[in-house]
Design a protein around this ligand. Structure first.
Ligand SMILES: C=C(O[C@@H]1C=C(C(=O)O)C=C[C@H]1O)C(=O)O
Length: 356
């Protein structure tokens, strides 16, 4: 070993000693905070969002901001786990993008609860089998996830966070020879996200050989059992189910991103940069929607999303899912919501939470 290499490694050893002391000191403080919070909710999304935003802002590099955020998410995850263990439900099995999203938000020091369906994720949190649930709500290529919207309408749960996850799809199979493939398993959303790629690169496989599965990790699991099958799923699913990657990044839009919601039972305090999600409906008359939207423009509230969905109560009646910028405790938003209560035939605030 050269003298210079030894010197640099000695410096790293000293720094590791400091980091070790400091992270444990941090963990002790978190433990003390846990005692003060007693039976109160341990997980505070607004505080964690503020910490992540501060470390990103103060980051001198060379580590990238996203890497720093990953590191601090894991530090907070282990500190939180010292206060209380936490179970997070998501659309399983292991290896789904929903699982990736859950770990992106909560870190690895959690107990994960893979569920068979979006309904089961809601049920797990409603019945207290999990403290939190992670469900997909929209994709930048394919739009809204209808089932999530329908369940949000009925649930007693609150939305206490959002997670944006870049989604890169891979084609995988138990053996790398694509000429042997006669069927492809995947989730309908993933097929749609890769539509153009499939038509261009696998035109020999008829679309009748596209088999829908309940998740793309499930597609990988099925493809692992059949040498004539391929799956479209994440690289992580290929690793988990021992499949070979035949093609990477096959999504038609390289910026393909899915937005997930964190479901819980708490009201989240303002973080300084928040979003509020709500669902409302108007009467069935000319100008009804315009009337619903005026309180937002009058109180200078920006709307980041408006999605309509059949109300499922009567024919051609719709509910509107709206995301606005800010927290329901902000003055302009609470005033707008007060007016909206008078104008809407139905209004449900799903929650305010840190915007990502
Ligand atoms: C330590 C706390 O508990 C949790 C852990 C946090 C952390 O490690 O910084 C932050 C917020 C909470 O989710 C706290 O509430 O401050």
């Amino acid at each position: 070993m050269t003298e210079q290499l030894k010197q640099l490694r000695d410096e790293i050893d000293k720094i590791d000693g400091e980091i070790l002391k400091l992270v444990n000191k941090r963990a002790e403080y978190a433990q003390q905070i846990g005692i003060i919070k007693k039976s109160d909710t341990i997980y505070r999304p607004e505080r964690e969002a503020q910490i992540l935003s501060r470390v990103r802002q103060d980051n001198p590099g060379p580590l990238e901001d996203t890497r720093i955020a990953q590191l601090f998410t894991e530090i907070m995850s282990v500190c939180r786990a010292l206060e209380k263990s936490m179970t997070v439900a998501f659309l399983g099995p292991q290896g789904t993008f929903s699982e990736e999203a859950a770990i992106k938000r909560f870190g690895n020091a959690i107990t994960t609860l893979p569920c068979d369906s979006i309904d089961a994720v809601f049920r797990s949190v409603e019945s207290d089998n999990a403290g939190y649930g992670v469900v997909p709500v929209e994709n930048s290529t394919e739009g809204a996830v209808g089932r999530t919207l329908d369940l949000l309408l009925q649930t007693s749960l609150t939305v206490c966070g959002e997670i944006q996850l870049p989604v890169h799809q891979s084609l995988m199979a138990s053996q790398p020879d694509l000429t042997k493939i006669d069927k492809i398993f995947s989730h309908p959303q993933s097929f749609a996200q890769c539509h153009h790629w499939l038509q261009t690169n696998l035109s020999g496989i008829s679309s009748t050989a596209y088999i829908n599965t309940s998740s793309n990790a499930d597609a990988a699991r099925l493809a692992a059992r059949d040498e004539h099958a391929a799956a479209i799923a994440s690289k992580r699913a290929a690793d988990l189910y021992g499949l070979a990657i035949c093609a990477e990044n096959i999504e038609d839009d390289s910026k393909n991103t899915t937005r997930f919601l964190v479901l819980g039972t708490q009201e989240v305090e303002p973080s300084g940069k928040d979003k509020t999600s709500l669902v409302m409906s108007a009467g069935n008359y000319a100008g009804a929607i315009h009337k619903l939207l005026t309180p937002f423009s009058e109180h200078n509230v920006s709307m980041s999303r408006l999605e309509s969905r059949p109300s499922r109560t009567s024919l051609w009646q719709y509910v509107f899912f709206v995301d606005i910028e800010g927290h329901q405790k902000d003055k302009n938003i609470s005033r707008a919501l007060e007016e909206l209560t008078k104008k809407a035939t139905f209004l449900k605030i799903l929650g305010s939470y840190p915007a990502t």
